[in-house]
Design a protein around this ligand. Sequence first.
Ligand SMILES: *[C@@H]1O[C@H](CO)[C@@H](O)[C@H](O)[C@H]1NC(C)=O
Length: 196
Amino acid sequence: MMLKMQALLLMALGLLLAGPAAHAHVSARTPPPQVISFFWENCHEKKDLVLLKGMTLEPDPIEYPGNVTISAELHVPVPLSSPQKVELIIEKKVANFWIKVPCMSHVRCIFEDICQLLDFIIPPGQPCPEPLHTYGLPCHCPLKAGTYSMPKTQFTLPNTDLPGLITSGAYRIWIFLSSRGKRLGCFRIFAALKGE
Ligand SMILES: *[C@@H]1O[C@H](CO)[C@@H](O)[C@H](O)[C@H]1NC(C)=O
């Protein structure tokens, strides 16, 4: 409901700003609805330090509920230590707009310090959870400089009941990494989801 309201408001605003003539022009040129397939990119390859070097996601579209197979490679040229901030923005394509999807009932998910969070979830001294353990990947800070790769690994999407939040469609996810106000990385991931 919330999403529909936002979409309507945005469309109304768009029409107001564009005016009737501009609108006619736009609709004549509007391409058919695009099918979004999986795609990833670094937001600013030249500016950022931490870079996504590769990523795969299968199936495409992701089927929900179901399993996904993910692989990823991250280039970390500097050690990462606490505080390590992670921000997440999830957007869904509605008509021709990207509408923000609430993340844990906020506009964006902000983890002020992922290092503290990791120490809280995984008590230090314990082996890292799978699949990290198998691939020798770390689960605590500081993260040494290096290239971290996770080969194709299957995950089962939790069959949680999030009414109206997880629905079929095209999504764009922004992930921002920073520390003490210094920007370290930004990734954009496009993926399509097909619900039951
Ligand atoms: C997901 O994977 C598990 C384990 O490989 C399998 O048992 C299950 O049937 C799969 N689920 C779907 C929806 O394919």
